[in-house]
Ligand binder design. Structure first.
Ligand SMILES: NC(=O)c1ccc[n+]([C@@H]2O[C@H](COP(=O)([O-])OP(=O)(O)OC[C@H]3O[C@@H](n4cnc5c(N)ncnc54)[C@H](OP(=O)(O)O)[C@@H]3O)[C@@H](O)[C@H]2O)c1
Length: 267
């Protein structure tokens, strides 16, 4: 795809619209003249946002196959699919119940795959569309207490890049946007914790800029974090043993326990 994707007048579905980054992405797309279909579980949060942005609201639980089917059938034509919903999946793997592991897989990786398949096929038929997966730098490197989350975000990255190659030449683009720690809104900001020393944070605006640029310029992967964290994630992916030793020296055990504690209610 060499032409710039025209957002104005397009129709987008944003999952996880009730969350911190979902709100920001929805508002940014609305600002670019995109007609929106918004989904999330909490109808009481979804509806006011939909009213504000003159959008269609479809409350759905992405861990339910019935809800997924209903979402697909009610959403109508979708030109831009932003697969943003996810659970934080933090904490030691052995502390998870089988149900919690299953839910993390359903919400974070299975539902994006099923929605991409359904809407992607329609986009290919129309020879126009774009699918954006919201991944994480935890999809490049795993750290202590992120096993469940990284399992899903590594998977989403594989799915995004494989699908991108499948759809090459069809008029449908695929991107993955991978934030590090985001301040002010979203699952990290909700913990009230500081990022690990030296990691730094990004803003929701940087994430929304990345989503828009990924769609307009059909970028394969956009990582949104200060340079040092982007580099650390790359090194962690290439040399996981060395990187784990360094992380332990920087106090990763304490950070992992604090995150798990503050995000326990989102499992
Ligand atoms: N914030 C960060 O620092 C950060 C960093 C890296 C990557 N990310 C990624 O950014 C994306 C957005 O995260 P966020 O920070 O905005 O988190 P958030 O505020 O916790 O929002 C998560 C969203 O996912 C939805 N969700 C969770 N379980 C669901 C289910 N069973 N069915 C339907 N929707 C469900 C939530 O809907 P309800 O609340 O209505 O249930 C909510 O809208 C995620 O993919 C996340 O992994 C975030």
């Amino acid at each position: 795809m060499s032409d710039r994707f025209e957002l104005t007048g397009s129709r987008a579905l944003v999952t996880g619209a009730t969350g911190g980054l979902g709100h920001a992405i929805a508002r940014a797309l609305h600002g670019r003249g995109v007609e929106l279909v918004l989904t999330g579980r909490r109808a009481d949060v979804l509806q006011p946002l939909a009213d504000e942005l003159n959008a269609t609201a479809i409350a759905a639980d992405l861990s339910s196959s019935d809800d997924l089917e209903r979402l697909v059938s009610e959403a109508g034509r979708i030109d831009v699919l932003v697969l943003n919903a996810a659970l934080p999946g933090s904490g030691a793997v052995l502390d998870y119940t089988p149900d919690q592991i299953e839910r993390a897989v359903q919400v974070n990786i299975l539902s994006p795959a099923l929605l991409a398949r359904r809407f992607g096929a329609e986009m290919v038929d129309r020879r126009r569309g774009h699918i954006v997966f919201i991944g994480s730098l935890s999809g490049l490197a795993a750290t202590k207490g992120t096993g469940i989350y990284s399992m899903t975000k590594f998977g989403v990255r594989g799915l995004a890049h494989g699908l991108r190659q499948d759809l090459h030449g069809t008029g449908v683009g695929v991107s993955i946007v991978q934030p590090g720690f985001v301040r002010d809104a979203g699952m990290f900001a909700d913990t009230g914790l500081k990022p690990p020393p030296g990691a730094g944070t990004a803003t929701p605006r940087q994430v929304t800029d990345a989503v828009i640029s990924a769609v307009e310029r059909d970028r394969a992967e956009v990582n949104v974090a200060p340079r040092v964290l982007r580099l650390a994630a790359r090194v962690g992916g290439l040399a996981p043993g060395l990187s784990a030793t360094l992380a332990r020296r920087l106090g990763s055990d304490k950070h992992a326990a604090e995150f798990a504690d503050r995000q326990k209610d989102k499992r």
